[in-house]
Design a protein around this ligand. Sequence first.
Ligand code: UD2
Length: 318
Amino acid sequence: MSKVLVTGGAGFIGSNLVDQLVQDGDEVIVVDDLSMGLASNIPSSPKVTFYEHSITDHGFMKDLLLKEQFDYIYLLAAIASVADSVARPYETHQINQEANVFILETIRQNKLPVKKVLFTSSAAVYGNNPELPKHEDSTIDPLTPYAIDKFATERFVIDYGKLYNISTVAVRFFNVYGPRQNPKSPYSGVLSLITQCFKNNQVFSLFGDGEQTRDFIFIQDVLSALHLIMTNNQAVHDVYNVATGKQSSLRTIITDYQKVVGQPLQVKTITARAGDIKHSYADIAKLSQLGFTPQYTLLNGLTDYWISVKEDFLGEQE
Ligand code: UD2
């Protein structure tokens, strides 16, 4: 049994990770300010302790790190919306970078015996670089405060680890989807928005011709990838794309999802979103070398996602 810290553990990816860690028998401490996540996402288990706190509260974080002496640390807490980061660049920086550097600094100064620290970055660091697929060593082109902080923090995490002999690693998530993804903002992940449209019989606004492609990865595959990266001693002081290596167009996805739900999606086509990239998918050779193979096709992932939405929906009606 390990003691694990998950910052951002009430969010979409974080709370699914907490579920998995609890199932694996770990003791999990969650720090989340609920700015995006929900307390109800966190499993109620004697193995989980939840602190509703911002990671920017340095005094709190230092006390926690010293007291708990974590084995593993997952850094997921972030302002996760690019648009939000453009509206609040300095606040984003304090959360997405400074708070994480402070955690590293506390580990360094106090020689904490952490086995590994994993930082979660984003495909946003590749920006408009047209090279496909995106390799970890492709040119990066961070275009927003979100992407700048993600890239800078990757570098901090990796090089701090090397300099001070702390086992660290970073991942770049591509388009993750699945249960608990929050559809609240127009900038939420497109699959959470489509899901919401199916659920509430709303019209989905398709930006552009629908031929744009993304590398969509189901949350369970993300959890497998994180587990491999966290537990493999070779995966250290490095960055890994977390994706499937497959490219799917929005049109294909809508067609597949209609099959899963068994009803047509009402679609309204509008002009392409400013700044959108046309195509994105990852080279996952590095992750594959650690033994990763995605287990979910889009059809499987969408099926599981839709089942979870229907269960919640029926739960709400009871
Ligand atoms: C992802 C990230 C974003 C940033 C970017 C960097 C998510 C949710 N977004 O944006 O934060 O890191 O990658 O490359 O992970 N679309 C519609 N209708 C809608 C919403 C979206 O047609 O109502 C389209 C959108 O124009 C885009 C595609 O769906 O072509 C995917 O959009 P997205 O926001 O889910 O993801 P992405 O890759 O553009």
